[in-house]
Design a protein around this ligand. Structure first.
Ligand SMILES: Nc1ncnc2c1ncn2[C@@H]1O[C@H](COP(=O)(O)OP(=O)(O)OP(=O)(O)O)[C@@H](O)[C@H]1O
Ligand code: SF4
Ligand SMILES: [Mg+2]
Length: 384
């Protein structure tokens, strides 16, 4: 057993069939405040608003959707780095929503995160060795300094960095190498789950494939489970077993990667897919393009009914504007889930798309509202 292997004593009494992660009706609502002297809560940004998903052990769940739809918030809430407002997250049989800070901290060793921009989450004053040893010391892993150094050296080998990297500082590395340091920092603790938030978006295309391949190799060797968040549908298709498409805080479609790319059923997924260029020029010239009207509505004031109805080219006069569709299984296999009242009729072609006029949805008087800042990662401590 290498020092990167997981400790058997950590395993909760669950079967291999139990999903490693189960999320039920998860909600994260950020308060919106107004006022100069006294802050009053005048509403909530419903960044995540009722998400159900599960991730089997050793598999990759890919999460896609427009900027601001709540992907990162969902990723952080999965690890309870951002506290949830409602719903539950169960990790390896233990419900981690609502547990105390000491127990949560112990679970966190097994749930790590990789960020889009590793530089902003790596302390520039620490060299690589001290970044990696800090995590081990914080979680009491390793029997003394030599044991920890051995573990750090093995981790460095696993992510393809040379040993001399140990004495260097984050700014001395290229973007791809820095992402390897970010992966090593997560890996050194022997996690079971890694949430990778846009892990390759900041890298050159040539380097992206290397980092994706590294993540896949590590998954094979260590039976890791991933949630990979990405804008790029090609990245998700390549790496994910199951893909979830998010719109305004909720999943609108979920299927195996092959099923989703072969036959996207939700109108939003169809629009996302139709924007991806196809290499064959004949197919590219002839295929249908779905251009979405308007911007993503505000998560502080989401449209009633189906949240996509203000932009949906298939929206119907009944149900769409007043009844929120549940994510339900379509077809015989039961693994393709879609949140659309009319999915069967859209699939069969009975319903045809129509033109949509852009509709701007904003909270009343939003110019006076103080929106809370996004999370600042410069002081991020992955061990807390
Ligand atoms: N800490 C926070 N406080 C208040 N609002 C927040 C906070 N973090 C995120 N939000 C809001 O929640 C919504 C979802 O944000 P989130 O960062 O999760 O989206 P995203 O899908 O990851 O976007 P991107 O693709 O741009 O990274 C946005 O409207 C954002 O402004
Ligand atoms: S429920 Fe209606 S508005 Fe929503 S995606 Fe389906 S057709 Fe479009
Ligand atoms: Mg994000």
């Amino acid at each position: 057993m290498t020092s990167l292997s997981k400790d058997a004593s950590d395993d909760a009494p669950t079967t291999p069939e139990t999903p490693l992660v189960e999320v039920k009706d998860l909600k994260v609502h950020f308060p919106i405040t107004r006022g100069v002297i006294f802050d009053r809560v005048v509403g909530f940004v419903k960044a995540v608003d009722g998400v159900d998903l599960s991730i089997p052990r050793g598999k990759t769940y890919g999460l896609v959707g427009e900027s601001g739809c709540g992907k990162s918030t969902l990723g952080r809430a999965l690890l309870q780095l951002t506290p949830s407002t409602g719903g539950t997250v169960t990790f390896d049989g233990t419900q981690i929503t609502g547990i105390g800070p000491v127990k949560l901290r112990a679970m966190r060793r097994r749930m790590q995160m990789i960020f889009q921009d590793p530089l902003s989450s790596l302390d520039p004053r620490q060299n690589v060795e001290s970044i990696l040893i800090e995590g081990l010391a914080a979680h009491g892993i390793g029997k003394g300094r030599d044991d920890r150094r051995q573990r750090v050296a093995e981790t460095l080998d696993a992510v393809g960095l040379p040993r001399w990297a140990l004495s260097r500082y984050p700014h001395e590395f290229s973007g791809g190498q820095r992402q390897r340091i970010g992966i090593a920092r997560a890996l050194v603790l022997g996690p079971d789950l890694i949430v990778a938030d846009e892990p390759v978006s900041a890298l050159d295309v040539s380097i992206q494939a290397q980092v994706i391949n590294l993540l896949e190799d590590l998954q094979d060797q260590l039976n890791l489970t991933y949630l990979v968040i990405a804008h790029d549908l090609a990245v998700v298709r390549h790496i994910a077993d199951v893909v979830g498409v998010m719109y305004l805080g909720a999943l609108v479609e979920e299927a195996s990667s092959d099923e989703l790319y072969a036959e996207p059923l939700h109108p939003y997924t169809r629009a996302l897919m139709s924007a991806v260029p196809v290499p064959d020029p004949d197919v590219e010239d002839q295929r249908e393009r779905i251009l979405l009207a308007g911007d993503l509505p505000s998560p502080a004031n989401p449209p009633k009914g189906c949240r996509f109805h203000t932009r949906c080219p298939w929206a119907q006069p009944t149900r769409c504007a007043d009844e929120r569709p549940a994510l339900r299984a379509i077809g015989d296999v039961g693994t393709h889930r879609v949140a659309c009242h009319w999915a069967e009729d859209i699939r069969s072609g009975v319903l045809k798309p129509h033109e949509v006029r852009a509709d701007v949805v904003r909270p009343a008087g939003d110019d006076e509202i103080v929106m809370p800042d996004k999370l600042d990662l410069s002081n991020f401590d992955p061990h807390m």
